[in-house]
Write a protein that binds this ligand. Sequence first.
Ligand code: COA
Length: 146
Amino acid sequence: MSDLQFRCVQSDDATLLADIHTQCFAKPWGEAAMASLLVNGTIGWIASMEKKDVGLALIRLAADEAELLSLATIPSARCKGAGRSLLKTVCQQAKLAGAQQMFLEVRSDNAPAVHIYERAGFTRIGSRENYYANHVDAVTFMRPLI
Ligand SMILES: CC(C)(COP(=O)(O)OP(=O)(O)OC[C@H]1O[C@@H](n2cnc3c(N)ncnc32)[C@H](O)[C@@H]1OP(=O)(O)O)[C@@H](O)C(=O)NCCC(=O)NCCS
């Protein structure tokens, strides 16, 4: 793992978050969507490597539950531990904030994401058949934080 650092998302990070998202998803969340999330209680962390911002994790807390809204590492920085470390960071921070469980949803065909979620101790608790285009299911994962 090379020079991986993390910082909390700030209220003026919407442009950066949208830029990372655009590099990672076919249907990215734009700057306005990110700004809206940030004023509505979403919290997050940005990973950097060698002073370059390379990844994000966004979560929402409600009562004693946390939901992972998005996790992404830009293509050039993948498979260097950023995604796994971001996931560990958001689980730790959610636990510190009082959450007892972390939930997330992911495409069943997203092999790298499913791999890091299972490796981090998440278990499948449900699925929604044909939730995405081309008959791809959505899988819900949960991890206790205690
Ligand atoms: C999922 C994602 C965040 C992982 O980020 P990352 O920084 O590469 O993650 P890490 O380097 O910590 O770990 C990647 C793991 O995936 C594994 N991996 C890579 N390609 C894989 C594949 N095709 N099938 C299974 N595992 C795979 C790597 O071996 C590594 O696991 P290991 O550490 O046990 O060897 C990144 O691929 C990404 O941004 N994808 C696009 C956005 C996305 O799909 N986000 C998740 C939506 S819920």
